[in-house]
Design a protein around this ligand. Structure first.
Ligand SMILES: *[C@@H]1O[C@H](CO)[C@@H](O)[C@H](O)[C@H]1NC(C)=O
Ligand SMILES: *[C@@H]1O[C@H](CO)[C@@H](O)[C@H](O)[C@H]1NC(C)=O
Ligand SMILES: *[C@@H]1O[C@H](CO)[C@@H](O)[C@H](O)[C@H]1NC(C)=O
Length: 403
């Protein structure tokens, strides 16, 4: 008990310290963002090994996990949408089925939540609302997926779970059961959910085993590569707001290993194994970033072989959907990408826009000039950001017009 009080006291002190972190000038509701930012920073500092011992948390991600779980919802139907939890191919999904009568088949959206492959669930209130609103506004069936997560389940379990759900859903008998038009299915995701959505889209569009292809993919501030971790946005927004480079790397690396040498090498951009140099040109920001984002940054190649033993899985394109050649991008469907200016992952999204456009894929791109990473997760009280609502509206409007 004494430890818990000490732990709480420590978080309060750290919070008070971080609350004065400077924020970019153009962001909306800066005090609210400061509070969330300070809370995240204080919580991540609890990952200090010495503090971890005091709080007796086995891993630092557990504290985030506990906080996020406070915000879980039950499947509750409303006047417009029937909501239920079930499983597709043994993987938990939450379904949103519009109640409105309709003669023709409906479109469908498969949604994958973010959380660095470690945290989060479709049960989070803001995501539950997002999917409910999507079902009602677009008159679409929404399937929200909870793949198994790290560190308990490591790469590629999470990816394979998402692919299994999509494969299960795209069967004739399942599509018919829910009245879904096989030619109007979109896969969407935010942050690491965007990574998963982009990876599964590449798989489906290029695999003859899938009879039905996707009509669209929607990627909201996605992470799209782990090859070069020194892009201009990694440098400019290293300390956030909200998502810092260190936190992103520490969480996401749990997807691959619990060995702390990997995140350390990633921070220094020395994590890629020998023999991966051919991938650099596919994620070269100096080639793919629009001029206005390059500023005074100077391109330097990542350093190979800084890790021993090395992780050959870092070459896998399911972790880095940007790391495929043009012939594999050509078949991709209509794409929506939303990027945020003040986001450590910003340049991943911007580069994917360029690469897809270069091979003739139709892309709609929204860039939030005052945007910060993760805002969609702040659409409900007590932490309600107008930015979250604006992102939600842009995404749903795009679906309404394009799906
Ligand atoms: C049901 O749909 C109507 C029309 O879109 C909307 O005005 C109403 O707020 C919705 N109800 C709920 C509970 O979301
Ligand atoms: C990256 O792009 C720059 C400019 O386009 C070029 O000079 C450099 O050789 C490229 N490097 C790699 C590894 O593709
Ligand atoms: C693109 O990559 C695929 C798979 O790695 C390979 O089979 C193909 O030859 C490559 N195409 C080009 C044009 O490099």
């Amino acid at each position: 008990m004494g430890y818990k009080i000490l732990c709480f006291g420590l978080i309060c002190i750290l919070f008070a310290f971080y609350i004065y972190t400077p924020m970019p000038e153009n962001i909306e509701e800066p005090w609210k963002v400061r509070i969330v930012d300070a809370a995240i920073k204080a919580t991540s500092l609890m990952s200090n090994p010495c503090i971890e011992r005091i709080t007796s948390l086995k891993r630092f991600d557990e504290l985030f996990s506990i906080i996020i779980k406070l915000d879980y919802t039950q499947p509750v139907s409303d006047e417009n949408v029937t909501v239920m939890d079930t499983t597709f191919s043994d993987i938990p999904v939450r379904l949103y089925l519009p109640k409105r009568k309709r003669e023709s088949q409906r479109p469908a959206v498969i949604f994958i939540h973010g959380g660095a492959f470690v945290l989060g669930s479709y049960k989070q209130t803001p995501l539950d609302l997002l999917n409910r609103w999507t079902a009602n506004k677009v008159d679409a069936v929404v399937v929200s997926v909870d793949p198994r997560l790290a560190p308990q389940y490591q790469f590629p379990v999470t990816q394979e779970d998402v692919a299994s759900v999509v494969k299960f859903f795209l069967q004739d008998k399942i599509l018919a059961k829910y009245g879904v038009d096989p030619n109007r299915v979109c896969i969407s995701g935010d942050s690491s959910g965007g990574t998963l959505a982009a990876g599964v889209t590449q798989l489906i569009q290029n695999d003859p085993e899938f009879k039905y292809k996707l009509k669209a993919q929607a990627l909201i501030y996605p992470g799209l590569q782990v090859i070069d971790l020194s892009l201009p946005s990694h440098q400019e927004f290293e300390h956030g707001p909200l998502l810092s480079k260190k936190l992103a790397i520490r969480l996401a690396s749990l997807h691959l290993t619990q060995d702390k040498a990997l995140p350390q090498a990633m921070m220094k951009n020395q994590h890629m194994p020998h023999g991966s140099m051919h991938l650099f040109k596919l994620v070269n920001w100096s080639t793919f970033l629009p001029e206005k984002y390059k500023k005074n940054h100077v391109y330097t190649e990542p350093i190979l072989g800084g890790l021993n033993p090395s992780y050959s899985i870092l070459l896998d394109s399911r972790l880095s959907p940007l790391a495929v050649n043009d012939s594999q991008l050509q078949n991709l469907p209509l794409t929506y990408i939303l990027t945020c200016q003040h986001d450590v992952l910003r340049d991943d999204g911007l580069m994917y826009v360029s690469r897809l456009q270069n091979v003739g894929v139709k892309v709609s791109h929204d860039h939030m000039e005052d945007g910060i990473h993760g805002a969609l997760s702040f659409m409900t009280s007590p932490m309600y950001l107008q930015l979250g609502i604006r992102i939600k509206d842009k995404y749903i409007n795009w679906l309404e017009e394009n799906l």
